[in-house]
Ligand binder design. Structure first.
Ligand SMILES: *[C@@H]1O[C@H](CO)[C@@H](O)[C@H](O)[C@H]1NC(C)=O
Ligand SMILES: *[C@@H]1O[C@H](CO)[C@@H](O)[C@H](O)[C@H]1NC(C)=O
Ligand SMILES: *[C@@H]1O[C@H](CO)[C@@H](O)[C@H](O)[C@H]1NC(C)=O
Ligand SMILES: *[C@@H]1O[C@H](CO)[C@@H](O)[C@H](O)[C@H]1NC(C)=O
Ligand SMILES: *[C@@H]1O[C@H](CO)[C@@H](O)[C@H](O)[C@H]1NC(C)=O
Length: 318
């Protein structure tokens, strides 16, 4: 190859790198009892992330915010966010997601279910109830709780409750798994748990993430068990009234992982999953931890938008 030709190749390579270094935008999906203008902890969280990362980002609202975070079924919430994201010009080339609490189930629905959506590169989950919740003590937020508890007493897995209370879609009572698989309308589908209805498209889409960060909060008393943030669960059949429940299954001990229903194992084996444990209550993340675990994945680090060598599928190292 002549010097001239070589310089052209170098120039093109450099241009490609410049292109890669354009900041990837992020979106934030808030949790329950929250909306985009206010999040009960970390104040203006989206703005904080923009400030810390220098990347553009916005919070995507679902319906009217706080009320809909409670009463709109998650399937519907995902449809809304999917449409919004497809209409956001700035996300066309791909984007990163930061989810908070219940917003993580919307985030994962967006990744798995959204047909023709732009690609998602990095997904950072803060206190996401990925393997469900099996208890109600978290409802301490105020006036909603009486209504929530009344609804749940009426029958968690009835159509009425499933259609009118967002969290009912991810209640997984381990003593009643058959009922859960049959009647819960959201999590069994999201987690590809229904034996004869696993959809490989959901798995393919989730597996295409570059990085997945699962943050669990050590003092989380809102998500029972808190290890659900790492896809950990009580074994099927556990009675939630049991004063000494059996040991939890770690993500790696669950059929979801072992049989790789959604691609978590594939991602983990490829070194793309970080299981992070931080001090604090539910989604109360200290700024140094945000800087350590969230911010780098929102910045244009080579590892966050990995370019693969077309032949060897090995990451290119600029
Ligand atoms: C959050 O930031 C946005 C945009 O900077 C601003 O419009 C909004 O008022 C802020 N909200 C709070 C609660 O500070
Ligand atoms: C972000 O930075 C701006 C400008 O320095 C500052 O006014 C604002 O308070 C910061 N917001 C947060 C949430 O840190
Ligand atoms: C799986 O999901 C994709 C994407 O939503 C859908 O197009 C396809 O029909 C589904 N497959 C089955 C067997 O349900
Ligand atoms: C747990 O205790 C409650 C209240 O005593 C009872 O209604 C419920 O049936 C118990 N659950 C199981 C699985 O035994
Ligand atoms: C977490 O809980 C432990 C034990 O209850 C307590 O000592 C600690 O201060 C709590 N930490 C935070 C950050 O809330």
């Amino acid at each position: 190859m002549g010097i001239k030709r070589f310089s052209v190749v170098v120039a093109i390579t450099l241009l490609a790198l410049v292109h890669v270094s354009v900041s990837v935008p992020f979106i934030v999906l808030h949790g329950i009892q929250a909306d985009c203008s206010y999040d009960s902890f970390n104040g203006n969280f989206t703005e904080l992330l923009r400030n810390l990362s220098g990347s553009p980002g916005s919070c995507v609202e679902v319906g009217n915010g706080i009320l809909d975070s409670w009463i709109m079924p998650l399937t519907k919430q995902v449809e809304i966010v999917c449409e919004k994201v497809k209409n956001m010009e700035e996300l066309r080339q791909g984007y990163n997601i930061v989810g908070r609490s219940q917003g993580n189930l919307v985030a994962r629905g967006l990744i798995e279910f959204c047909d023709d959506g732009p690609p998602v590169y990095n997904y950072i989950s803060l206190a996401g109830p990925h393997a469900g919740i099996c208890s109600i003590p978290w409802c301490t937020y105020g006036k909603w709780c009486n209504e929530v508890n009344t609804l749940i007493e009426k029958g968690l897995y009835t159509d009425f409750v499933q259609d009118h209370l967002a969290p009912s879609g991810y209640y997984k009572i381990p003593s009643d798994i058959p009922k859960y698989l049959e009647s819960a309308k959201y999590l069994p589908i999201l987690n590809n748990e229904k034996p004869n209805q696993r959809n490989s498209t959901y798995k393919d889409r989730f597996t295409s993430l570059n990085n997945l960060v699962l943050v669990m909060f050590q003092n989380d008393s809102a998500i029972i068990p808190k290890e659900s943030s790492w896809f950990g669960v009580f074994p099927d059949g556990t009675n939630p009234n049991d004063t000494s429940p059996p040991p939890l299954l770690s993500a790696q001990q669950t059929p979801l992982y072992i049989e790789d229903w959604i691609g978590l194992k594939t991602l983990d084996v490829a070194g793309k999953v970080q299981f992070v444990s931080v001090p604090g209550q539910h989604v109360e993340m200290a700024t140094p931890d945000i800087i350590k675990y969230v911010v780098p994945l929102l910045q244009n680090k080579p590892s966050s938008v990995q370019r693969l060598n077309r032949k060897t599928k090995e990451p290119l190292r600029p």
